[in-house]
Design a protein around this ligand. Sequence first.
Ligand SMILES: Nc1ncnc2c1ncn2[C@@H]1O[C@H](COP(=O)(O)OP(=O)(O)OP(=O)(O)O)[C@@H](O)[C@H]1O
Length: 962
Amino acid sequence: MDDADGTETRADDGETPADAGASDEDLRPEGPPQKLRANREELTPMLSQYLDLCEAHPDAVVLFQVGDFYEAFCEAAEMVARVCEVTLTKREDSTGRYPMAGIPIDNAASYLESLLDAGYRVAIADQVEDAEEASGLVDRAVTNVVTPGTVVEDELLDAATATYVGAVARANEGSDDTYAFAALDVSTGECQVTSADRLRIAEELERLEPAELLVGPNAALDTESLQFEAMVTDHDPTAFDAESATETLSSYLANPEAVLSDPTERRACGALLDYAEYTQGDDGALDYVSRVRQYDPRRTLQLDATALRSLELFESRSHRSGDTLADAVDETACALGRRRLVSWLRRPLLDESEIERRHDAVEEWVERPMARETVRELLADVYDVERLIARVSRGRANARDLRSLKATLDVVPELKAAMSDVESDALVSLRDSLDELEDVRTLVGDAIRPDPPQEITEGGVICEGFDDELDELRATEREGREWVANLEERERERTGIDSLDVGYNQVHGYYIEVTNPNLDRVPDDYTRRQTLKNSERFYTPELKRREDEILGAAEKADALEYEVFCEVRDAVAEEADRVQSLADSLADLDVLTSFGAVAAGHDYVRPEMGAADVRIEGGRHPVVERAQDEFVPNEADFTDGRVAVITGPNMSGKSTYMRQVALTAVLAQAGSFVPADAAELPILDRVFTRVGASDDIAGGQSTFMREMAELTDILHNATEDSLVLLDEVGRGTSTADGLAIARATTEFVHDEVGATTLFATHYHDLTALAEELPNAFNLHFTVSKRGDGGDAGGPDVTFLHRVAEGASSSSYGVEVAKMAGVPDAVVERAREYVAEAERSAETGVESDAGSDAEPESRSPGESPNSAEREERATNGRAENGAFGGEPNESAPADGDPSADDDRPTDGTLAAYVDGLEPEGDDSEATPAERDVAEEIRELDIAGTTPLEALNTLNELKRKLDD
Ligand SMILES: Nc1ncnc2c1ncn2[C@@H]1O[C@H](COP(=O)(O)OP(=O)(O)OP(=O)(O)O)[C@@H](O)[C@H]1O
């Protein structure tokens, strides 16, 4: 405890946050507490020090070390007590009573996690001098500001994913629309910087999802509209000034202009590094951040946030582990590899020769399973040396970390041996680049004991033979202890007391214990030290001398060990760059080996890259195939047409099919083999995916508007090298409008864009379009029917999940409803309505909506919306996303769903609901029928799924029956 700090007590008076009187709502837990400010002149030295630190960190909650606790006071204490569920106590002195709450330093990590989760930044103010040696108040300083984007503690980080803090800056010149984005993983020192127009930078943000974001002074970033959670931090705006940013950068790059030629990039990156230094206690530059890299997102396959999400690359809708692409192809052996895998999947390559280089390596591993498995086993012993060396550089690594580094280095020669005869270019150069770091390995091996304690200040860390002075001290200590160990025997002999014991305790030191009946035989040179109930404890002058010698030597040795340890750690830190590049090679090697293992274990093939069009034989969905007992492989052949209109019943496999095509391309360009019997693939520049509103979250205007804005983005940005997946686009509005949008989109993509497009739809009318457009074709998913729909109650449907040419004949919605357990009576009635609708379709009675959506007057090949399209094309790029911008005028407005427009055209539910409408006036109907009719009129059919519709129908029928 901090004696010089006054009269503070930790007495728990049982007060809880609730009964302590909630603090004023306006009082923030961050920054200087008002009450302390008000009493500034009278405060005790310790609280005054606390107040100073709070003022220096206005954005953070200051946790202030007092002995074994981190304490918070006043508003911050009340918050800490609530969020961390610790007791609120108080500190009382002559200036007043102050709420106080503390968390134990020993297991601070879990409390810090709660504080971060609750949205706080935490400034850790440590005692930076020994409390016992301090002449007055113990000196304290903020050694670390813990924030969501800058955490470095292993306990708070996910081993498998990188955590980024990002900074966005905008060009200073008024008309210049250049934005720069810099992202830093403080735990590893990886730093990447790019610049582009604001739309692309917004996409980059979504792609990297930094946990925390600094926004430059004039960047006008609408952080509210980001589609991921990021803490927005106000950092000193002057850090973004060109001059100060370049100065910050000069500690990291010998020539900042050479690496970051764009001034906006330098401003973003400089400000970011300045902030990172601030969070790490501001001891100057972070030495381990030595890999500042400029990149251009256009040099990699672009996957925006929507594509990443809908393809479930890293996060699945089910949130079950194992359900993402990253999980499916992850057979990496170490955390380095897992993080690298994520980064390769996030940024698949565009350069064909680089892709082939990775494929060559994967092929070699597939062909050489023994060597591959040996390498994987060795990689399993590799520690997370990327984060570890960063800790070493920050002076935070302990002896165990250094031993983990050595264990990793021990693996390297074995890895090189296991790869001695590899042939592929990538593997050869990886093998050759593996630096054994023999010097570091020997140093750590000689210096640090094999199984050291967690603490580095209490001895037991440094090997014998490493430091002479230390060895001498330890020898003195050892001899002393041996002398004491033999003392019992000697004294028993000398005194003739057989029960005499020699022992040690913390308070009294060494003693000789004699039981009461033997006290008369105690020699004269024994001095009494302690009286117990049944015995007395003594010491002799020699024992005292030896004790002082032992304890003195031990204490000195511990201190010296710490000193020696720090020297070793500093020497290792000097080699941080080499360790980082070793980590880099190990990460690449792990991913390539994992790709090899996945390819071998799951029958993936090497794709042929550089084809003109996608052609996949026997393709599978890499994730769904694992969950399915029998996955049905499917062809995807775009050599005779680029636009596929895909129909088929619900649940027949349309979405799975479309996604598997995209995932195959992503895997191939990331360097992996692909789940197929054979694949020829072009190099794609972007993958767009848009999923119709009703398959997405909730229906409704805003979702529809978003869908349309996203569609606009595709229409403007897709190229003939893009892959576009459209899943039920247009479903968020009335059927007629939806169909019209779907048609117009298909035509535009077909005529103007030329992208490889897969369009899954329930609008059967679209299949006619595929026949009209030369480069479009129909695919459908087949089902097998048993029975004919007669007395037996209609056909039973089995999904074959097999894609076939041509359009689907029926949507089978009713059969799906049956499979889902909708009561037989309803299913049967629905079938009657379907049949009726089909009969009327055959006799030429068309619904209004159908004719509305498909003008008969158009001649083949002529687009009905060409004028509209032209207007769209001249409207400039879509202005949506995080940087605000006006809603795009070219996005089609949501139609006013009038009664007529709303009438659906597809064969099942539409017919059913149409059939229920009373002919003529409601007044002839019974009250129940009128109610039902009213309810039907109110239904938002376009926003209702087939299943919901059938359930509603069931309910309505029950009402009528009642
Ligand atoms: N090729 C396949 N082999 C085996 N099972 C498959 C296959 N494709 C899909 N499935 C299974 O069928 C389910 C439904 O597939 P999917 O979601 O792709 O259907 P859908 O036609 O898009 O349905 P909806 O129109 O309702 O969106 C999947 O979850 C999967 O379990």
